[in-house]
Design a protein around this ligand. Structure first.
Ligand code: GLU
Length: 321
């Protein structure tokens, strides 16, 4: 059913000219069914004051260029992955442009999916030696803690709270949180969210960020970002707030919506790795160094996010040791 909805959204986006004004979907809840597990958030999951401080974007320095495919150091995490025959990567299937299932082919595509394939390519010399495990925002950290995935490449903001539970690569993309609303709604950014209902996914830093803006909107949590778009379309929320990368994908699927207001947070994306696998963090960082230097990052960026930030450079890596 959800697949059908996504297909329809794609068709709509492909066929419709951008309208001058949006239909009136701001009248309030319509009685239409809500996504499973949608819930009003009564208290923010954490506050800026409660969050530990650290230099979480400083990662572990590579020991050198990545070893040749097939030549992983004996006993290393990379050698174990090579022996298994495939990399297991946690990705999204609901976020157009970043990690989504192409309804025409059934394959997973997007910026994060391409980045994950580059890690598989570095181990095997073959980007298709990868098994994707689809994760919601809320499932990312538990999947890493349980060792169900080797790496999570899923619009994951590096922060100190998360860095206590998982390890992060160097920053591979710098996003920022904004607001998406219906065209002509009058909503202009985080300051105009007072008394409004705003959607974000459970387990995302977006939910915490928007729940803590001074305007104090009512925050509604759902499992997937596409659920937020459907709730906006049905008039069950007034706005969606998350990273500009994700909102760009939602806006591309529905020309009646638009991103408004400034970026009001910094969301540095890192690849998540189980905390014990320091050798794999250094390896991933070596691969990222190469992708920045040889132009691969720029090609992947242009393919998916060129419309969002034309002149973007890959973020420089920062290391702590
Ligand atoms: N970057 C934010 C986060 O890591 C939002 C992205 C998401 O949840 O998919 O929580």
């Amino acid at each position: 059913m959800r697949r059908l909805a996504v297909v329809l959204l794609f068709l709509l986006a492909a066929c419709s000219p951008v309208p001058g004004s949006a239909p009136d979907i701001t009248a309030g809840p319509t009685g239409a069914p809500r996504p499973a597990d949608a819930a009003e958030v009564s208290a923010p999951p954490s506050t800026p004051e409660a969050t530990p401080s650290c230099d979480a974007t400083a990662s572990l320095r590579p020991t050198g260029p990545p070893p040749e495919p097939g030549g992983m150091p004996p006993g290393s995490t990379m050698a174990k992955i090579a022996a298994r025959g495939r990399l297991i990567a946690g990705v999204d299937q609901n976020t157009y442009l970043m990690g989504f299932r192409n309804p025409g082919t059934g394959t997973l595509e997007g910026f994060d999916v391409d980045m994950a394939r580059e890690i598989a390519k570095a181990i095997f010399g073959d980007p298709t030696r990868i098994q994707f495990k689809v994760l919601t925002s809320d499932e990312r950290i538990p999947a890493l803690e349980k060792g169900e995935v080797d790496v999570v490449v899923r619009t994951m903001t590096i922060n100190c709270e998360r860095a206590e539970r998982v390890a992060f690569s160097s920053v591979y993309y710098q996003a920022g949180q904004r607001v998406l609303a219906a065209r002509g709604s009058g909503i202009g950014g985080p300051d105009s969210l007072g008394g409004k209902r705003v959607c974000a996914t459970k387990g995302s830093s977006s939910l915490t960020n928007v729940a803590n803006v001074p305007a104090k909107p009512t925050v509604v949590s759902v499992p997937n970002w596409t659920d937020c778009l459907v709730m906006l379309q049905q008039g069950q929320v007034d706005a969606v707030s998350t990273d500009d990368t994700i909102l760009a994908g939602l806006a591309a699927q529905d020309p009646y919506t638009e991103m408004v207001g400034p970026q009001f947070t910094q969301e540095p994306y890192g690849m998540g790795v189980p905390k014990a696998n320091e050798d794999f963090v250094r390896f991933v960082n070596a691969v990222l160094e190469r992708l920045r230097a040889d132009g691969t990052w720029a090609v992947i960026h242009q393919r998916w996010l060129g419309g969002l930030d034309q002149a973007a450079e890959p973020p420089a890596a920062k290391y702590r040791d």
